[in-house]
Design a protein around this ligand. Structure first.
Ligand code: GUN
Ligand code: ZN
Length: 438
């Protein structure tokens, strides 16, 4: 048994909230106690430190301890193609994405990138990702294997696509179903790992493949589902052409049984009212990917509309459509999109969407997303004063809202001091704790 005590300013959302601006809990001088992989206690430092004199003590006074960030939509094979110039979605996929994803047929190569990918997550304070692998079964195996090495709660799936992409990247309805089923059997609920059935998006799956994946979803009711939805206007027009018998884009997935709680749809920028309605009824979620939406010129997501429609939203980087692994920066981009829509996203709202709000949307709030006793000890230590400019910025203003907001605009991985997964340090600034596998 290892018991560890951490002193820091501690901030989290203990419950599901429709008003994160009010519902956060903040201990300016706080104490977090972990025992093995779990959180045992959270409270005020001075009142409670005498009760845990046995614990190993870590003093992060003046630093900020938050739940580990949850990135609810990103692509691990796209790590190496971040920031590729020009193009909007469909050409970008053809010119950059597909050629890169081809390399992931090779298990060794996929393991090499998986190691870099997970180290990038940790150095940016992200402890859980909902991740697209490539079409290859071996690449998904490599990613799960890497996450398993350090007990990470990772949700991932093999991409399924059997048309409208190069033939060297295509699976079939049968192989998509069989390979996904084998990966579910091997990895879903293996330790902290979870599986997501992952049709890339409607245009790259035939009716037969969508049907096969719907069957799989029915066979495994507790696995997650992830795909893209209503990201780009040309994409939407293409879906209408390919599926003229369906009412709208979401109805394609709905028809094949791929719409339910635990399904996360990337983007959802240009939704019709009927789609909002079905999302709400099904309790599926949207992954809002602001840096990707700006980078690929896809459009401005309507966060206020989503809230009004009671559709759960999570924040996500969408690496490599997104341009950074940093969830702090991603939150900053979300704020700017809201500004262009005429609204100001409260900083606590932004933080909620990448911690507890994401966990609630995924049904994982008993494990991650908050710092409640009994949950997994996934958390991050931030140093708000990480450079000369931030020292100046925080000289007179230290409310938790202001710190979070300014960090979302000014910070990136430079503000991350340490990242803990299941009670263990997996990243410490200037010291890569996680061993490289290669
Ligand atoms: N739609 C289908 N595939 C992708 C992808 O890899 N990235 C993004 N942003 N959108 C997609
Ligand atoms: Zn994506």
């Amino acid at each position: 048994m290892t018991t560890q005590a951490y002193r820091a300013s501690i901030l989290h959302f203990p419950k599901q909230s429709h008003s994160p601006k009010e519902d956060y809990v903040y201990f300016e001088d706080g104490l977090l106690v972990t025992r093995n992989e779990k959180i045992e206690f959270i409270g005020d430092y001075k009142t409670h430190i005498n009760q845990c004199l046995e614990a190993t003590f870590m003093d992060y006074s003046g630093k900020l301890l938050l739940p580990g960030f949850i990135d609810s939509h990103l692509h691990f094979p796209q790590t190496e193609m971040l920031a590729s110039f020009g193009e909007q979605l469909l050409d970008w996929l053809t010119d950059y994405t597909f050629p890169v994803e081809r390399k992931f047929a090779d298990y060794e190569y996929a393991s090499y990138i998986a190691n870099i990918f997970i180290k990038q997550l940790y150095r940016h304070g992200t402890t859980t990702g909902m991740v697209y692998s490539s079409v290859h079964k071996a690449a998904a195996d490599a990613l799960f294997q890497e996450a398993a090495c350090h007990n990470m709660l990772l949700i991932a799936g093999k991409v399924c696509m059997d048309r409208h992409c190069p033939d060297w990247l295509q699976d079939t309805p049968q192989s998509a179903q069989q390979d996904s089923a084998a990966l579910i059997e091997k990895w879903h609920n293996n330790g902290r790992l979870k599986y997501a059935i992952t049709p890339r998006f409607a245009p790259t799956s035939s009716v037969e493949q969508l049907h096969a994946l719907g069957e799989l979803a029915q066979q495994y009711p507790d696995v997650f589902i992830q795909t893209h939805l209503s990201e780009n206007l040309k994409e939407i027009a293409w879906v209408k052409e390919l599926f003229p018998e369906r009412k709208n884009y979401l109805d394609v997935y709905d028809h094949f049984g791929l719409l339910r709680k635990g399904a996360v749809f990337g983007h959802g920028i240009h939704l019709e009212q009927a789609e909002w309605q079905r999302l709400q009824e099904s309790q599926a979620s949207i992954a809002f990917c602001p840096s990707s939406n700006l980078f690929l010129g896809s459009g401005l997501f309507d966060l206020v509309k989503a809230e009004q429609q009671n559709v759960p939203v999570m924040l996500a980087t969408d690496v490599g459509g997104g341009t950074s692994f940093s969830m702090l920066k991603t939150m900053g981009e979300a704020y700017k999109i809201c500004q262009l829509k005429g609204n100001q996203m409260d900083p606590m709202h932004g933080l909620y969407l990448m911690t507890q709000g994401a966990a609630v949307g995924l049904g994982l709030e008993n494990d991650i997303g908050n710092l409640n006793p009994g949950t997994d000890a996934d958390f991050v230590i931030l140093d708000p004063e990480f450079d000369e400019l931030s020292v100046l910025r925080f000289e007179n203003q230290r409310t938790p809202q202001d710190i979070i907001f300014a960090l979302s605009m000014l910070a990136d991985d430079r503000a991350i001091m340490a990242t803990y997964v299941a009670g263990k340090a997996v990243y410490q600034a200037d010291k890569q704790v996680l061993k490289g596998a290669h």
